[in-house]
Design a protein around this ligand. Sequence first.
Ligand code: SAH
Length: 239
Amino acid sequence: MSFAATVLTLYPEMFPGPLAASLSGRALEKGIWSLERVQIRDFAHDRHRSVDDTPAGGGAGMVLRPDVLAEAIDSTASEGDARPRILLSPRGRPMTQAFVRDLAKGPGAVLICGRFEGVDERVIEARGLTEVSIGDYILSGGELGAMVLLDAVVRLLPGVMGNQESGEAESFETGLLEHPQYTRPQHFEGRGIPEVLTSGDHGRVAAWRRAEAERITRKRRPDLYALYEAGHRPGKGES
Ligand code: SAH
């Protein structure tokens, strides 16, 4: 069963864009996931094909109309379509690895990309959209957010990553940031590789990596470290 992504956007030509390269591109060719692009403007009603209007109450910018967006969403819904409808939005729940992992286990996603000042609140309610944010900054549109989400999901789909294990040890999967990584050459501009990593002692290597992951997380992300210390493990119910 392949992961079915539908993206609703005013800029369908932006897709697959960077997702056509590397891991996600190969997976797309292999049919591990599929990508359908829907031009929101195709659902405009007037001859100017307008999709937006001025904000009620005044103020700068334009807002995406609820009727046009609702019709675009409804055009993607077939009988029994259980895919979550996700609106990329700076007001949404922060995108986490646990969220991405849950999504990757499901049938796919309908991703709605806002533009301008955002979308009319009523379509969010009426179509049960889940708002998801990729971080505390403002993008000019949801398209890059949708790409970030798809990139994160697709690499988790079975058959996409060569070494399935490398997904497991990564930052956030353990609740900790990752330990430092090294490779050849043995000496680089006067810097060596920590001795323990070349000792061949797997127990010591594992202990060193865990200690480094804890040290780095404590220093850089005290918020994550507090959750880790409290026994929180991502993917076990919480996100
Ligand atoms: N006026 C809005 C921002 C609109 S930005 C506000 O202040 O909340 C235009 C569109 O870009 C949004 O509708 C959303 O789809 C997308 N976008 C902007 N920032 C985003 C973020 N951090 N995460 C996900 N989508 C974002």
